[in-house]
Design a protein around this ligand. Structure first.
Ligand code: SF4
Ligand code: SF4
Ligand code: SF4
Ligand code: FES
Length: 469
C-alpha cells in the first residue's frame, strides 16, 4: 500500500494510505486528546475532543475520522484548540452525574478543595470509575475544577436488572463505544440510542438489560470510558470476610486479571505478588485457576479424540460464548461441547472447605455465572480488585510474594491446548485458523469471536470450532 507524506506539528510523517490523522499522530509520538476513540473500533466521531487544524482549511477536522492526505500540514495543539476542547469537555459535565470527589472523609464537594493525591488513594467515592475514569482524567488535564454553570442533571433510570452488569445513563458521555462493541464485535447489538421520558441517551432498546438478548459478556464494561456501565461492586466484602478470623476464605485467580491490574498499578503485577497482597489482608488460600483448567482441558481433549462425527465440534468455555451459541446456532446443538468452567469445577473440588470464595478474573463474562450458580461468593475484575486493594493498603507490587496453593489435580497439557487454553478476547479480533498435531494426525481448528466467523468456519473442513466471547 502506498504511503502518504504529511507533517504533524512540523514533524514529517509517512503513513499508509487510509490512516487517520489520529493514528498518524500516534505513530509520530504526538498525543491528541480523545474520549470516544478506542483502538480497533469506530470512528465514533462523537466527543469532538480530537479537533485539529489542517493548513488551508478554516474548519477544524476530527483527527479520529479524517484520513491523511499527501502534503497535509496538521497542527494538533494551540491555545485556541485547547480552549475549544476545554469548552467541549466542560459542556459534558452539564448533565453529568458527578459523584466522584464527594469524599465522605473530606466532606467537600468542590474539586479544588481536595488534594488530588488524596482522591486518587482514597476510593470512598460512589463512582466505580473514580481514580481511573477517562472523563475525570481529561477534566484534570484541562484544569476543570469548578463548573461555570449549575449542572442540570438528567434523571435517567439506572438499570440494575441483571444484578451483575449495571448501567447508569446519567454518567454516559454518548461515546458509543459500548454500542459498537456490542453490535460489531459481540454481534449481539442490544445497545443504541434510546428515547426515554428523561430524554435521549445510549441504552437498551428493550426496557432493561435483563429483558434484552444481552449475553452478559461484559465487553461494554471494559470499553466504557466512564462509570456509566460497570460490574456490581463488592468492595467491602473481600476485606471484611478476609479479616474475620472465624471465616475461612479462598481466592481463585485467573492470569487474565494481571494485564489491566499492571496498567492500573503502573508496574508488572505477578500472580505471586497478588497472592502476597491477598494474604496480607487475610485471605487464607489463593489458587491459580489454570490448575483446574488443565483438568477440564484434558477431559475435553479426550472427548475430542473419541469424536467420530464429521461435523465440527463447537466448543465454548466461557458462559457468554455458550449463551451466544445457544441463541444463534440452536440448530447445531448436537455439536456443542460445553465443558464446565474452572470456577464451577473449583467449587466442586473445595466443597465445604471454605466459607467464602472470591473469584478474580479479567473476564467479566464469568461474573454472571458466579452470580447465577453461586460457584463463588464474589467476582472481582481488575478494576474492582484495584479499588479493594488500594483501600486496604495491600499492594501486589510491594507485598512479599507468596506461593499459590495447589489442589494437586493439575493435568498434563494435550495437543489440543491451543484451542483449549483461554484465548484472550480482542476488540474486532479476526477468526484464527489453527493446525494441531494430534498423535501424528493433522486436526484443523478455527477460533471464532462472532456469529459471522462461526458461520464461515462451519463452511470449512475444520474439526473443532472454538468460540470466545
Ligand atoms: S464517571 Fe468519571 S467523572 Fe463521572 S462521577 Fe464517575 S469518576 Fe467522576
Ligand atoms: S454485556 Fe455484552 S451483550 Fe450485554 S450489553 Fe454489554 S456488550 Fe452487549
Ligand atoms: S455507556 Fe459508556 S461506552 Fe456507552 S456510550 Fe455511554 S459512556 Fe460511552
Ligand atoms: S476522538 Fe474524535 S471525536 Fe472523539
Amino acid at each position: 500500500m502506498a504511503n502518504v507524506n504529511l507533517t504533524i506539528n512540523g514533524i514529517a510523517v509517512s503513513v499508509p494510505t487510509g490512516t487517520t490523522i489520529l493514528d498518524a499522530a500516534k505513530s509520530a509520538g504526538v498525543r491528541i486528546p480523545t474520549l470516544c476513540a478506542y483502538e480497533g473500533m469506530g470512528p465514533h466521531a462523537s466527543c469532538r475532543l480530537c479537533i485539529v487544524n489542517v493548513a488551508g482549511d478554516e474548519k477544524e477536522k476530527l483527527a479520529c475520522a479524517v484520513k491523511v492526505a499527501e502534503g497535509m500540514e496538521v497542527t494538533t495543539d494551540s491555545e485556541t484548540l485547547f480552549e475549544k476542547r476545554k469548552a467541549t469537555l466542560t459542556e459534558m459535565f452539564r448533565q453529568h452525574k458527578v459523584d466522584c470527589h464527594h469524599c465522605a472523609r473530606v466532606g467537600g464537594s468542590r474539586i479544588e478543595d481536595l488534594d488530588p493525591w488524596f482522591c486518587e488513594n482514597c476510593f470512598y467515592c460512589d463512582c466505580q470509575r473514580d481514580g481511573f475514569c477517562e472523563l475525570q482524567a481529561l477534566a484534570r488535564e484541562f484544569g476543570i475544577s469548578q463548573l461555570p454553570f449549575e449542572p442540570q442533571q438528567h434523571d435517567f433510570a439506572e438499570d440494575c436488572s441483571t444484578d451483575v452488569i449495571l448501567r447508569d445513563p446519567n454518567k454516559c458521555v454518548k461515546c458509543r463505544r459500548c454500542v459498537d462493541v456490542c453490535k460489531n464485535t459481540q454481534a449481539v447489538g442490544v445497545l443504541g440510542m434510546v428515547k426515554t421520558e428523561a430524554g435521549q441517551t445510549v441504552g437498551v432498546a428493550a426496557a432493561t438489560l435483563a429483558e434484552s438478548a444481552c449475553i452478559r459478556c461484559g465487553r461494554c464494561v471494559d470499553v466504557c470510558p466512564t462509570g456509566a456501565v460497570y460490574l456490581k461492586e463488592h468492595k467491602d466484602e473481600l476485606p471484611y470476610y478476609a479479616h474475620a478470623r472465624d471465616v475461612k476464605t479462598a481466592a481463585l485467580v485467573d492470569e487474565s486479571v494481571l494485564p489491566e491490574l499492571s496498567k492500573l498499578y503502573g508496574g508488572e503485577v505477578t500472580l505471586s505478588g497478588l497472592s502476597g497482597a491477598l494474604r496480607k489482608i487475610g485471605v487464607d488460600a489463593v489458587y491459580d485457576a489454570e490448575e483446574v483448567r488443565t483438568v477440564i482441558a484434558s477431559e475435553v481433549a479426550q472427548k475430542l479424540s473419541k469424536r467420530r462425527k464429521k461435523a465440527p465440534a463447537i466448543l465454548a468455555m466461557d458462559p457468554a460464548a455458550k449463551k451466544f451459541l445457544e441463541a444463534n446456532f440452536a440448530d447445531r446443538k448436537a455439536d456443542f461441547l460445553f465443558p464446565e468452567t474452572a470456577q464451577v469445577r473449583f467449587a466442586e473440588l473445595v466443597k465445604g472447605k471454605f466459607d467464602k470464595i472470591y473469584r478474580l478474573s479479567g473476564k467479566n463474562a464469568l461474573a454472571d455465572e458466579v452470580h447465577s450458580t453461586g460457584c463463588a461468593d464474589y467476582f472481582y475484575n481488575a478494576r474492582e480488585l484495584y479499588r479493594v486493594l488500594k483501600r486496604t493498603g495491600a499492594n501486589p507490587l510491594r507485598a512479599i510474594p507468596a506461593e499459590l496453593d495447589t489442589l494437586g489435580v493439575a493435568a498434563e497439557k494435550t495437543a489440543y491446548e491451543p484451542v483449549l487454553s483461554s484465548v484472550c478476547w480482542q476488540v474486532g479480533g479476526e477468526a484464527e485458523a489453527v493446525s494441531l498435531d494430534v498423535n501424528g494426525k493433522e486436526v484443523r481448528a478455527m477460533i471464532c469471536r462472532n456469529p459471522s466467523q462461526v458461520k464461515k468456519a462451519l463452511e470449512t473442513d475444520c474439526t473443532v470450532i472454538r468460540v470466545n466471547a
